[in-house]
Design a protein around this ligand. Structure first.
Ligand SMILES: [Cu+2]
Length: 674
C-alpha cells in the first residue's frame, strides 16, 4: 500500500521536498477506539438528531436600547447527540457565547448569529458595537493547557499569572472583518474575567475596552467570530467559542424576493462544521498526554524530549495537528436536516482545527448512513460565493475543497431527490492535506465515520406559496447587474503592485516537537528565514498599499493561510523546485528560540507547462470569490493580492489552530509604528 508519505516522496513535482521535513501522519489504527474511556464513533447515532438552525430568527443576538450587543463567554452544558452504551443521552460541558439581552442567558456552542447590514457605499455607515465580556471565572480550563507554548501567561511580565488564580484569558476575533486594529481580536489583546489581566498591546492601543466596534464596510458575506487568545486558540475554539456573523446588503438581503433570486430562510441554512473527540461520559476530550491519540506520532515518534520538570508525566503538550473522530455540525454530532424538494442555499463554515475537507453530496436511500452505499454519481451543486462575498458567477461542481477557517456559499437543488437521503460526504482523510489525490486506505482511520458529515432527508412537502426562483442564470445576471461592482477575478498583477515573498516552514521547537513557522525573504542575506512569533515585525505594508504576496510552502503539507483585515484574490499557484545542492536547511537559535534558515537561492519554475498550477473546479477548487483564506499547497508558491487600508497591528497565520498556537503566526503591521 502506498502511504501518503511515500507518495509525496515519489511525486516528481515534489522530488526536492524529500530533503525537507514532512508532517507525520496519524498512524494509530483507530484514534479513539483503541483508547479506553473515549466515545466510540461507530456506536454513536448517525443522522437521527436534527441540526440546530443557526439562521432561525430566534437564534439572533438582540441589541440593547442603545443598539449595542452584549455577549458573554461562559460555561454551559449542551446535548450534542452523544449517547452512552445504553442509548442514554450524555450531556457535554462546553463554553459558549450568551446574549446578555435575552432570557435565559444561556451560552451556546456555536454562539448565536449576528446578521447586520453592509455599510459599503452608505452615506451614514453604522458600526456594530459588541461588548464582549469574559464570564470564565473558573480556576481551570475545560481542556489540558500546555503552559510551555508561547501563550498569554508566558509573555514577559505575565509569568506570575495562571488560569488557576487569574482565570482564562479570551479575545474575540471577527474573522473577515474590516476592523480597526484594537477591535480586531489580535491574540495579544486578551483579557481575563476580572479585567485585571489584559494583553500587552492594549497600552499601545490607547486604552483597554471590551466594547468592540465593527465597521461593516465589507460586502455581504459570511464572517464568523471565534476566540483568538495567544497559545489558547485551539482550546478555546474547541471548547465551543465560535459563531456566525452574516453581512447583508440590498441585493443579498437574506429575504424572500431578493433581487438575485437566492433562497431565503428557511431555505437558507448555515452550518458550522467541526470535529471533536468525547469521553464516554460525555465530556470533550483533547489529546495531550502519553497514551492519547497522536501523542506517539507527534511526540515520542518524532524524538521529542519533554523534561519532567516542565511536562510532569509527559504532558500536557500541544500536538502538531488534531483530527477528531466525531463530526459535529452546529454543536450536534452527525445531524440531519429535513428538506423540501427545492433549492437550498447552504452557508458552510469549516470550523475544525486541522481538517481539510473535500465535500460531495451523495444520494442514498432514506435511513442509509454510509455514503459509500450510493450507487449514483455525486450530485452537482453551485458554488456562488466564499469567505467574504458572492462570486460574480455560479460555478457548478461535484466536489469542493474546504480548508480550515474558510466559508463557502453553495446552492444544492433537492428537487430531483424527493424521497431520498443526501449525505454530505468528506472524501479527504483524517490526515494532513497535501493536494494530491486522497487515499482512503491511508488517510482515514479504519472504521472511520468522518467521511460523513450530515444528511438531508428530502421528505418535507414543497411549500408552493414560496417561489423557488434560484437559477444560475438568475444569479449570474442579477449579481452582475447589481449596484455594487461585481467582484472580479483578475488573474493578474499590476506592474506597480509590490511583491512580498513569505514562506511556510516546518521544523522542531526546543523540545524536539514538530513546529511549523512562517518566514520571510531576507534580501540582504538572500535567504528565506523562518521566525517565531515574537521576532521583530517583517510584514509591514504601507498604509493603502496593494501587494502581491508570494507564499512559498517548503513543508510537506498544505496550510490554510489567513490574513486579518483584508480580503484578497487568489492569483495563481506555481510549482517550486530547487537544486538540493544549492539549498541548505539549517536550524539556528534566535535569542534562545528556534528559528530556521532555508537558503533557496535558485528557486525556479519546473520546466514545461510554465510551471503553472491553476487548480480549478475539476479538482474541487473554486476560488473566484473574495477570500480571506487560501490553501497553500506543498512545494508550490501561491500568489494572492490584497490592499492594506487600515493602519496598525494585525496578524497573519496558518488557520490550522494547532499550528497558529505553536507560532505559525506573525504580526502584520500596516503603516508606521511597526
Ligand atoms: Cu499550518
Amino acid at each position: 500500500m502506498t502511504t501518503r508519505r511515500s507518495f509525496l516522496k515519489s511525486s516528481a513535482g515534489l522530488a526536492a521536498l524529500a530533503a525537507l521535513p514532512l508532517s507525520v501522519r496519524w498512524s494509530v489504527a483507530r484514534a479513539a477506539g483503541l483508547i479506553p474511556g473515549l466515545s466510540d464513533p461507530l456506536m454513536q447515532p448517525k443522522f437521527t438528531n436534527l441540526v440546530p438552525d443557526a439562521l432561525a430568527p430566534g437564534f439572533r443576538y438582540i441589541p440593547n436600547k442603545k443598539g449595542e450587543f452584549e455577549v458573554q463567554v461562559r460555561t454551559a452544558t449542551q446535548f450534542t447527540g452523544l449517547v452512552d452504551a445504553n442509548g442514554t443521552p450524555l450531556p457535554t460541558p462546553v463554553w459558549g457565547y450568551a446574549d446578555k439581552n435575552q432570557q435565559p442567558k444561556v451560552a451556546t456552542w456555536p454562539g448565536k448569529t449576528f446578521e447586520i447590514q453592509s455599510s459599503l457605499g452608505n452615506a451614514n455607515p453604522r458600526q456594530t458595537v459588541v461588548k464582549w465580556s469574559n464570564g470564565l471565572e473558573i480556576g481551570q480550563h475545560l481542556l489540558p493547557v500546555d503552559p510551555n507554548l508561547h501563550w498569554c501567561y508566558s509573555l514577559p511580565g505575565y509569568q506570575n499569572f495562571s488560569i488557576a488564580t487569574n482565570g482564562v484569558p479570551i479575545i474575540t476575533h471577527l474573522h473577515g472583518g474590516h476592523t480597526d486594529f484594537q477591535f480586531d481580536g489580535n491574540p495579544e489583546f486578551f483579557y481575563n474575567a476580572y479585567e485585571d489581566v489584559i494583553g500587552p498591546q492594549w497600552a499601545k492601543a490607547g486604552g483597554f475596552t471590551t466594547k468592540f466596534r465593527y465597521d461593516n464596510d465589507v460586502r455581504a458575506g459570511n464572517l464568523w467570530y471565534h476566540d483568538h487568545a495567544l497559545g489558547l486558540t485551539r482550546l478555546n475554539v474547541y471548547a465551543g467559542l465560535a459563531g456566525f456573523y452574516f453581512v447583508r446588503d440590498e441585493y443579498d438581503t437574506g429575504q424572500a424576493g431578493n433581487p438575485i433570486g437566492l433562497p431565503a430562510w428557511p431555505y437558507e441554512k448555515a452550518y458550522a462544521i467541526q470535529d471533536r473527540m468525547f469521553r464516554d461520559t460525555g465530556e470533550l476530550f483533547y489529546p495531550a498526554f502519553p497514551g492519547d491519540p497522536a501523542y506517539e506520532d507527534f511526540i515520542t515518534g518524532e524524538g521529542a524530549t519533554l523534561p519532567d520538570a516542565l511536562f510532569p508525566g509527559g504532558g500536557p503538550t500541544a500536538l502538531a495537528e488534531f483530527f477528531g473522530d466525531h463530526m459535529v455540525v452546529n454543536g450536534v454530532i452527525w445531524p440531519r436536516e429535513d428538506v423540501e424538494p427545492r433549492n437550498y442555499r447552504l452557508r458552510l463554515l469549516n470550523g475544525t482545527d486541522s481538517r481539510f475537507m473535500r465535500l460531495q453530496f451523495r444520494q442514498v436511500p432514506l435511513k442509509e448512513t454510509d455514503p459509500a452505499a450510493s450507487l449514483a454519481d455525486p450530485i452537482p451543486f453551485d458554488v456562488i460565493g466564499s469567505d467574504q462575498g458572492l462570486a460574480s458567477r455560479a460555478t457548478r461542481v461535484t466536489q469542493l475543497v474546504f480548508e480550515p477557517g474558510s466559508r463557502y456559499d453553495i446552492v444544492v437543488d433537492f428537487q430531483p431527490l424527493r424521497g431520498y437521503r443526501v449525505i454530505m460526504e468528506n472524501t479527504l482523510g483524517d490526515a494532513p492535506f497535501g493536494g494530491e489525490d486522497p487515499d482512503p486506505d491511508a488517510d482515514f482511520y479504519p472504521d472511520s465515520q468522518t467521511n460523513r458529515i450530515m444528511a438531508f432527508d428530502v421528505v418535507l412537502p414543497r411549500d408552493r406559496s414560496v417561489p423557488d426562483r434560484y437559477s444560475r442564470g438568475n444569479f449570474n445576471n442579477g449579481n452582475l447587474n447589481g449596484g455594487l461592482a461585481p467582484w472580479k477575478y483578475s488573474g493578474n498583477a499590476n506592474p506597480e503592485d509590490s511583491v512580498r515573498k513569505v514562506a511556510l516552514f516546518e521544523g522542531k521547537d526546543e523540545f524536539g516537537r514538530l513546529q511549523p513557522l512562517l518566514g520571510y525573504w531576507d534580501p540582504v542575506e538572500q535567504l528565506f528565514k523562518g521566525v517565531p512569533w515574537h521576532m521583530p515585525t517583517t510584514e509591514n505594508p504601507d498604509l493603502g498599499a496593494t501587494e502581491i504576496w508570494e507564499v512559498y510552502n517548503f513543508t510537506g503539507d498544505a496550510h490554510p493561510i489567513h490574513l486579518h483585515l483584508v480580503n484578497f484574490e487568489i492569483l495563481n499557484r506555481r510549482w517550486l523546485t530547487w537544486d538540493e545542492d544549492g539549498s541548505t536547511l539549517d536550524v539556528m537559535q534566535h535569542n534562545g528560540q528556534m528559528g530556521m534558515h532555508l537558503k533557496v537561492d535558485n528557486v525556479r519554475k519546473v520546466p514545461g507547462a510554465d510551471g503553472l498550477d491553476n487548480r480549478g473546479p475539476a479538482d474541487g477548487y473554486v476560488e473566484g470569490a473574495p477570500k480571506d483564506m487560501v490553501t497553500c499547497l506543498p512545494g508550490q508558491v501561491t500568489r494572492i493580492k490584497a490592499t492594506f487600508d487600515k493602519p496598525g497591528r494585525y496578524v497573519w497565520h496558518c488557520h490550522i489552530l494547532s499550528h497558529e498556537d505553536h507560532e505559525m503566526m506573525r504580526v502584520l503591521h500596516v503603516g508606521p509604528g511597526a
